[in-house]
Design a protein around this ligand. Sequence first.
Ligand code: ZN
Length: 146
Amino acid sequence: MAIRQIRIDEDPILRKKSRVIEKIDDKIKILNDDMVETMNKAEGVGLAAPQVGILKRLFVIDVGDGPMTFINPTIISTEGEEEDEEACLSLPEQSGLVKRPESLVVEATDLDGTVFQLYCADLLARAVCHELDHLDGILFIDRVEK
Ligand code: ZN
């Protein structure tokens, strides 16, 4: 495994849309392992592939229960609304209040190629929304209420 460089601030790659992953090959598995290591070292809750310069629809999240991988994720349903403080490894000097769903169901593929659905609440739901935004070139500062 290797630590990858986290793209920050005005790096244009953070504003690009990521592509669907067609095949989960060794390259994707290595990318995943590197992203988990990079996220852990940076003490982040989540990391999306474009944040390490790869425009593919994959992110990893660890809210304290170990790392989870989401490939080609989509949000199936959401419930409620919750405003809370958010930050981002790509925007080291910033934080702000962002409204996100209180809970949601996300569908994604895991590293074995199995499609799964997961109910997420609170911090996990917030992390899924935040990381999914990265795959579409959206940063949390776009959603901070002025
Ligand atoms: Zn982020």
